[in-house]
Write a protein of this length. Structure first.
Length: 196
């Protein structure tokens, strides 16, 4: 019988948090029995994420997306609040993707800042612009490969910022079904509060 572990992730996407998350998932999938310790719990066949995130670091999000896609188990993503920014890419790692009623998906372009009183050269500004464009291209390629959003639709959302509801998400293949989140009685459940 397939074993599902439920993971609640309601946090931003930052390198420290993502490192901790990947380490925790690695331990779930490859439990090591220590001497004089009880045997580890059985490994899951599916990781089911109750997921809500305001986004965060582009590189950390793309790293987590690729990590989840490469795991030797099924990944299910369920939007239980709001998926924003780079969290949309992480959400696409789910082989099955759901959203609860009343949830949303928010898209916008890549942003960055400079320290107060920092002086910059034209070359530095061009480097920043190039980095923003490259990040947006990587995000767009992943979204296009995973759902029905077109290049034009993604670029429009990058320029103006836009929140979408579950009906839009269903019509574009961002999710496969609108349904409420529920953990079956007796299933393994982990709620993560990660340092970072």
């Amino acid at each position: 019988m397939a074993k599902t572990f439920y993971i609640n992730y309601y946090d931003d996407i930052q390198p420290g948090k993502i490192k901790a998350l990947m380490m925790g998932i690695g331990q779930m999938l490859n439990p090591i029995r220590m001497m004089n310790m009880p045997p580890p719990p059985e490994k899951p066949d599916e990781l089911y994420f109750a997921f809500s995130s305001p986004g965060g670091d582009v590189d950390a999000g793309i790293t987590l997306y690729n990590f989840l896609k490469g795991l030797p188990c099924n990944i299910t993503m369920h939007n239980i609040g709001s998926i924003a920014s780079i969290a949309n890419v992480v959400f696409m790692a789910g082989k099955k993707r759901y959203a609860s009623h009343g949830t949303s998906f928010h898209y916008h372009g890549v942003a960055g800042g400079m320290r107060k009183d920092q002086s910059v050269t034209v070359a530095h500004l061009q480097e920043m612009l190039s980095g923003f464009q490259q990040s947006e291209n990587r995000i767009a390629k992943i979204l296009i490969s995973e759902c029905g959003l077109t290049t034009e639709e993604i670029e429009a959302r990058f320029r103006q910022g836009k929140s979408e509801d579950v009906d839009f998400a269903l019509s574009k293949g961002i999710i496969h079904e609108i349904r409420d989140f529920r953990i079956p009685d007796g299933e393994q459940f982990v709620s993560l509060n990660l340092p970072g």
